[in-house]
Every structure is written in structure tokens, then in C-alpha cells.
Design a protein around this ligand. Sequence first.
Ligand SMILES: [Zn+2]
Ligand SMILES: [Zn+2]
Length: 153
Amino acid sequence: MITPLSLSIHPIWLQVMTKLFTGGCLCGAVRYQSKSKPESSVICHCKDCQKYSGTAFSAVVFIPINDLSISGELSSFNLKVESGHTVTRTFCKTCGSHITEGSDGYPDLAVVTTGTLDDPSWATPMMQCFTSRQHSWAKLDSSIPAFKAMPED
Ligand SMILES: [Zn+2]
Ligand SMILES: [Zn+2]
């Protein structure tokens, strides 16, 4: 999977890539904090993300997995995806908020759901992928680089 560092970086990222972040689930049982900057912010329109998020797409930020500390009880769900990799998604045991995603295809990275950030306002997406699955009523700003599937790095 991509960490879209090869893409042109939205100007806002030059300001926020040193930003630490905190967040948590809806009920407050799960809290997390980053120890380093986010690497990227991505929108995914794929069918799995629609199911996982329960809405039209997922918005996530990437961070080195060792730089994310989480407290509280999570449940997890593993799914083998088209690429052959296994994706693990975690959610709060109590309220079901989706917290992280990870893949054996990029084991060094954690993917944190943008909606659970305490302050998601800075997380302007750097790219959107799987627009082949995008709903016509869920179009985003056309200045966000778009890919029909998952771009290779
Ligand atoms: Zn919760
Ligand atoms: Zn997806």
C-alpha cells in the first residue's frame, strides 16, 4: 500500500507534518496519542472501507506504528483483501468506534481513523483512492489527487 510521499504534498501538510495528535472513541474508553508526526492523510472509497466506516468512504491518517500509543480495550477483525494481504481493523469494545487499521503489507504503519482525532481539522487529504468505487453523491474536492485503485509506490 501507499504512503503517498511520492505525491506532491498539499501546502497545508508542510505546516502540519510536525503535529502530534490525540484522539479517542465515542464513549471515551479508548484513547490514543501519537509520538511523532503523521505521514499522510488519505481518503479511501473502497467497498471494505464503506462497510467498515458505515458510510461513503473512510478518512485516515498514517503514522509509524511504534509512535502510536493506545489505552483502553479494543476488539479486532482480520480480513484478507484482494491484494492478498490481511488487513486488521480495530474498534472500541464498548461503543464500536473504528480506531485503527493495519496491514501485513505495511507492518510498520498504523492507520488511524480521522474522525476519531480530537482535532481532525488539519487532516486535509493528500489523496483519494479507489474512486472506481466512489458514489456519485460522495464527490470530494477535485484538487485532491484521485486514483481509480490503490497507487503503487
Ligand atoms: Zn468507545
Ligand atoms: Zn479502502
